[in-house]
Design a protein around this ligand. Structure first.
Ligand SMILES: CC(C)(COP(=O)(O)OP(=O)(O)OC[C@H]1O[C@@H](n2cnc3c(N)ncnc32)[C@H](O)[C@@H]1OP(=O)(O)O)[C@@H](O)C(=O)NCCC(=O)NCCS
Length: 168
């Protein structure tokens, strides 16, 4: 189903969007994106899951949000959010938050328990994320504990998740 915001349309990501998404990531994150611990989690899996969405304006991809199905410790039922990318010409219009909310609503109805990400609390707290307790969630590479955020989609779910993130 598509959501329309003025002339911006949010839809699920499909394989044919991957090239445009990759160009958007390159322009916003540069080559440094490849060395991040979060990248190592998702490098071996497809960028298209049922929770991934894009925003298009006049047929061009101007924003995207991706999710990777993960286990934390050995427990499945969690997602890692990222990257979230909004073309800087469209920043500040609520597109990022809209993409997050659209995807989280879908994840909740798919009985996903927990979503985690590595990012700025200042941005993500308004959509329900908080800093994970230190050392509860580990990534395969160097990372800053204060940037590991979680959002419970089932109350109390974070108590069930402890350990290394790996893709499913
Ligand atoms: C960060 C980003 C996703 C925000 O998307 P967006 O569509 O512009 O955000 P929204 O319109 O939903 O929200 C805008 C609000 O978030 C704030 N904001 C944006 N980036 C922020 C950050 N890093 N920290 C804190 N607040 C931030 C804005 O100041 C604005 O605040 P306001 O509502 O009080 O005016 C986008 O700017 C982007 O892609 N940046 C580069 C890539 C990146 O950093 N991605 C996130 C990490 S994966």
């Amino acid at each position: 189903m598509a959501t329309q915001l003025c002339n911006i349309i949010i839809t699920r990501t499909s394989q044919c969007n991957l090239l445009e998404i990759s160009k958007l990531h390159a322009s916003l994150f540069g080559p440094g994106r490849f060395v991040r611990a979060a990248y190592r989690v998702r490098e071996s899996v497809t960028h298209v899951s049922p929770f991934c969405h894009i925003a298009k304006c006049d047929g061009i991809v101007i924003a995207s949000i991706s999710f990777t199905k993960i286990c934390i410790g050995n427990k499945p039922g969690a997602l890692m959010l990222g990257p979230l990318a909004v073309n800087s010409s469209y920043a500040g219009f609520g597109i990022g938050r809209n993409l997050i909310q659209t995807s989280l609503n879908l994840a909740r109805s798919a009985e996903i328990n927990l979503v985690t990400l590595v990012g700025d609390l200042a941005y993500y707290k308004s959509v329900g994320f908080a800093v994970a307790p230190k050392q509860q969630i580990l990534l395969p590479g160097p990372f800053d504990y204060s940037r590991v955020l979680i959002c419970e989609l089932r109350q109390g779910a974070s108590l069930d998740y402890k350990g290394m993130i790996r893709p499913v």
